[in-house]
Design a protein. Structure first.
Lengths: 173, 103
């Protein structure tokens, strides 16, 4: 019973956060709504007994991605009073229709045809097992991921730095 | 709570993200709509894992962990590209980035 109440509250937080994040005109407010969405999702992970994933969700998404998005917005947009340009497409109605169509035509029938299995009631604290799994069967994946993150780091720095022409070396930047 | 509750919630979140990606014109908003969709997929992974026959195998959290890492790399590179585009075009409005469509 308690689980049910928690589920509905967290689901409402997640859906409302996502909706506000997508529809808000002020980008900064949108990012804060996105953080609320991430927090709600982290609560749902806790409800599903995946406490390590919930912690990772908080660290990576609320901590890193949120700050990164805020920085990117402050670097690119005039944040305050951004009604100077129309930011929503005129055809947002068709976007809504498309999203609802994807939901009704693709996702809903696929979900309804699944059998309804029982939940595992207790799962032992899984962080230790998770660490062991990372070392034993998944070690190659882990290394590839480390390589990918390094490449992404270098790529992000290179892309954000911009192309520097040889002539412009004396520019203040 | 059954598996279907979680799956329908994830589908709703996915569609919200899809709507954002379709309708907004700001590149950053499109990027974080994609993040919303990725998170909905992660919720699916975890829900299937919890309701699977042998959750001790930890397939779901493993896959979600790797998906989160890849998504973090994606958002870092994506935002760097947005900043590069902004330097070149002085805007991140997707409908004014139409150089390839020169009439």
């Amino acid at each position: 019973m308690n689980e049910e109440i928690a589920f509905w509250i967290l689901a409402a937080i997640a859906v409302l956060g996502a909706l506000v994040a997508v529809r808000k005109r002020n980008l900064i407010h949108g990012v804060f709504a996105l953080l609320v969405f991430f927090a709600g999702l982290s609560g749902l992970f806790l409800l599903l007994l995946a406490e390590f994933i919930a912690a990772v969700q908080v660290l990576v998404y609320i901590g890193a991605v949120g700050v990164l998005l805020l920085f990117a917005i402050m670097l690119t947009e005039r944040v305050a009073g951004d009604d100077g340009q129309r930011m929503t497409s005129r055809r947002w109605f068709w976007g809504l229709v498309m999203a609802v169509a994807v939901f009704v035509v693709l996702l809903l029938p696929a979900i309804q045809q699944l059998p309804s299995p029982e939940a595992a009631q207790t799962i032992k604290p899984s962080v230790e097992a998770l660490g062991k799994k990372l070392m034993d069967p998944y070690v190659v994946t882990l290394e590839v991921l480390a390589l990918l993150l390094t490449a992404a780091l270098i790529g992000a720095v290179t892309a954000a730095q911009g192309v520097r022409m040889p002539k412009e070396k004396d520019s203040p930047e | 709570m059954t598996l279907h509750h979680y799956l329908i919630l994830a589908a709703v979140l996915f569609c919200v993200g899809l709507m954002g990606a379709f309708t907004r014109r700001n590149a950053i908003v499109v990027l974080f709509s994609v993040e919303i969709m990725l998170n909905a997929a992660n919720l699916n992974f975890i829900a299937f894992w919890r309701y699977s026959e042998n959750p001790a195998l930890l397939h779901g959290p493993m896959f979600t962990l790797f998906a989160i890492a890849v998504a973090a790399a994606e958002v870092a590179v994506g935002l760097a590209l947005v900043i590069a585009v902004y330097r070149h075009f002085k805007t991140v409005d997707l409908e004014s980035l139409n150089t390839l469509r020169e009439e």
